[in-house]
Design a protein around this ligand. Structure first.
Ligand SMILES: Cc1cc2nc3c(=O)[nH]c(=O)nc-3n(C[C@H](O)[C@H](O)[C@H](O)COP(=O)(O)O)c2cc1C
Length: 194
């Protein structure tokens, strides 16, 4: 069965082997994907992995969580990603870009000294105490995810995967522990208010 083709929405996969998203530490410092990343994905495609999910790619400069992490926060990334997806599509594999904002687990820097989150709840992993996002910042992040998805499409990816786990920003919104907001972005599903 694992060798049988499967269709997920409009994604026709040659088999059910999925390479789960894995940060490869192979991008440049500014997040530009390198040809080494292309080498890796091509190797997976050559070996008939049905679906390749890339490592997490940050949608805004302040959303980076790790060194040599790949980015998708600017149009300049479309061209290098296109070269990579073309290499994968020479075979029968599909490739999906995982997109993320690190939220309270984003890397600190002079430019981004305080991480952001839906609410100011300390991160158990990094011990960072994030700043509660404003309404405008939330809209900015939504737009950044949208633009990232459009770039991914232009770059030849077969889809995007939203990273909603591991304590990053989106996972903080869907947890009533980390999302204590009482505005329209709050956890009303729990209290039945929304
Ligand atoms: C080095 C490393 C990097 C990872 N990077 C990501 C990532 O970028 N995005 C993600 O969703 N999961 C990431 N994961 C989690 C894996 O995709 C996978 O869910 C996890 O390793 C559990 O699967 P396993 O039991 O087959 O190892 C990473 C795991 C490892 C070990």
């Amino acid at each position: 069965m694992i060798f049988d083709p499967i269709t997920i929405c409009n994604l026709n996969l040659q088999n059910r082997f999925v390479r789960s998203a894995t940060h490869e530490f192979m991008a440049k410092k500014d997040g530009t994907p390198t040809s080494r990343l292309g080498d890796l994905y091509e190797e997976l495609a050559k070996n008939e992995v049905g679906l390749i999910i890339t490592g997490y790619s940050y949608v805004l400069p302040g959303g980076q969580s790790d060194i040599y992490q790949q980015g998708i926060y600017d149009d300049r990334f479309v061209e290098p990603y296109l070269k990579i997806t073309e290499r994968v599509h020479r075979y029968s594999s599909k490739i999906v870009l995982q997109i993320v904002h690190g939220g309270r687990q984003a890397t600190f820097s002079d430019e981004f000294p305080v991480p952001i989150a839906p609410s100011s709840i300390k991160d158990g992993h990094s011990a960072a105490i994030p700043r509660e996002m404003t309404d405008a910042e939330i809209l900015e992040v939504i737009e950044a995810f949208t633009k990232a998805a459009v770039r991914a499409k232009k770059a030849g990816f077969d889809g995007v995967q939203l990273h909603c786990a591991h304590g990053f920003l989106l996972s903080n919104f869907i947890s009533s522990y980390t999302n204590r907001r009482t505005d329209r972005w709050g956890a009303q599903w729990k209290t039945g208010q929304g």
